[in-house]
Design a protein around this ligand. Sequence first.
Ligand SMILES: C[S@@+](CC[C@H](N)C(=O)[O-])C[C@H]1O[C@@H](n2cnc3c(N)ncnc32)[C@H](O)[C@@H]1O
Length: 140
Amino acid sequence: MLLRFLAATTCARAVVEIGTGSGATGLALLSGMAADGTLTTIDVDPEVQRAARRVFLDAGHAPGRFRLINGLASEVLPRLTDGGYDLVVAHAAEVDHLAEAARLLRPGGVVALAGGTVEEDDERWVATVLPDGMLLATRR
Ligand SMILES: C[S@@+](CC[C@H](N)C(=O)[O-])C[C@H]1O[C@@H](n2cnc3c(N)ncnc32)[C@H](O)[C@@H]1O
């Protein structure tokens, strides 16, 4: 899976996911991340996060490897640390996650957005769009 690959190729120790959902994509990220890495995954729906917690634990991931934050991405993301993340993944299209990703990522970090574009003259990113519309961009 692409997300597992991205987590591995960035040697990710800190990942932000927007849209926990069932936890399937979180599992892919955890399996590609460094063994001591932490997944921070955000969802507005507490029910899906309860289920995802169980999915992560049942797959053998220790509670310290993931942080489930309940809330709107637009309210949670501003509380996360500048430059503190290797990979930002957004499944939920809402506001401009690219702007928050630019702040959250370390140089060389990667953002994967389900939709979105990077302006050609935006010097912050090296970007490509996959056939399914996913935007991949590396922070300079
Ligand atoms: C397409 S699903 C995510 C699928 C998930 N990655 C999986 O493996 O099942 C989108 C999720 O994003 C959440 N969501 C939608 N808008 C959101 C927002 N603005 N902030 C946080 N979560 C949001 C929804 O509650 C839903 O669980």
